[in-house]
Design a protein around this ligand. Structure first.
Ligand code: GUN
Length: 320
């Protein structure tokens, strides 16, 4: 018998997988609609109140999307719009009235608020059991303590990131995770949630030294710094899962060509709608990842679905 010569071949490098936030969010909404139908049949319709202060166009669009999602799922919703001149005291009065109403399960105060409003005071005035944004210190504390996911109201974007990882079978336990950004809405809570899921977590920010050396260690890299295309190819460990939380609207051809060279579809989108968006990750960096969340259609698509999850959860926890 002749001995075969086995030539080792390099393992093929798999193409990166785009994690489809739209598909995952649709699945979550389907599941929720069924749960809402059961609750309604028992005479208990989950209800959300959204508070919008001032007429900022982007905030108004987000708020309308949140109200529309409630309607689609058979939930009750109401929108409270106040002028940009509304005082902290007036808004505290509104929150107190919403806290007191039995049919309201969730209260969401759209951020950012005008500068003269005391945002921290207002967020702390929301009853923790109705805090579907997960921004009340009580809920933040519970999250940090490691409360079971089903018993805590966690901020929607971080919760959406964890749900995408879970539903995409991307393991977190024991992995090296790096979070870029330390905001209260995304960076800090997602770091806590990754830690609760037993990742080894590093949080980087504007004062971090040797940033590239740290991000290149990441098996899971979360970019939430609010700077267009900040994460470049050299910052990504080959095969890593890259989560892009950024949303930056581009309105010029030069900007689009910088981030999407030769991408005719993007240019067509710009011509048709007058803008297109890019995240915190340079799209060229996705090519070296193992999996990534596209912009649009990634994390952004999950946030409203998770707000709906939190509202149904708040109703279940408070009403039983
Ligand atoms: N503005 C941008 N993101 C958010 C969010 O997650 N919650 C609220 N309330 N406002 C936001």
């Amino acid at each position: 018998m002749s001995s075969a010569i086995v030539t080792p071949i390099a393992a093929p490098i798999a193409a990166p997988v785009a994690l489809d936030g739209i598909a995952i969010a649709s699945q979550i909404k389907l599941e929720l609609a069924a749960e809402v139908a059961v609750a309604r049949a028992q005479g208990s319709t989950p209800g959300l109140a959204v508070v919008l202060v001032g007429g900022e166009a982007a905030s108004e669009m987000y708020v309308r999307s949140k109200v529309r999602a409630c309607t689609e799922l058979g939930m009750y919703s109401e929108m409270h719009t106040r002028a940009g001149t509304a005082t902290t005291e007036e808004l505290l009065g509104l929150v107190a009235s919403l806290n007191a109403r039995e049919e309201i399960d969730g209260i969401l105060i759209q951020l950012p608020l005008p500068e003269h409003v005391d945002t921290a005071r207002l967020l702390e005035a929301v009853a923790p059991e109705k805090d579907v944004d997960g921004l009340h210190p009580m809920n933040m504390g519970r999250l940090l303590r490691g409360a079971a996911a089903e018993q805590v109201l966690a901020p929607c974007t971080p919760a959406g990131i964890m749900e995408m990882l879970r539903r995409s079978d991307i393991p977190v336990r024991g992995k090296r995770a790096v979070v870029l950004g330390r905001s209260s809405i995304v960076g800090k809570p997602v770091a806590a949630m990754l830690l609760n899921a037993s990742a080894t977590v590093t949080v980087c920010h504007s004062q971090t030294r040797d940033l590239v050396a740290i991000t290149r260690e990441a098996e899971i890299l979360v970019a939430a710094i609010g700077r267009a295309g900040f994460v470049t190819k050299d910052m990504v460990r080959p095969g890593a899962t890259v989560i892009d939380v950024g949303i930056h609207r581009m309105v010029t051809k030069a900007e689009v060509e910088r981030f999407f060279p030769g991408d005719a579809a993007r240019l067509a989108g710009l011509a048709k709608r007058g803008s297109t968006i890019v995240g915190d990750v340079d799209p060229a960096a996705f090519a070296v990842s193992g999996a990534y969340t596209p912009v649009p259609g990634g994390v952004g698509a999950m946030t409203i679905a998770m707000l709906m999850v939190n509202t149904v959860k708040a109703a279940r926890m408070r009403r039983g």
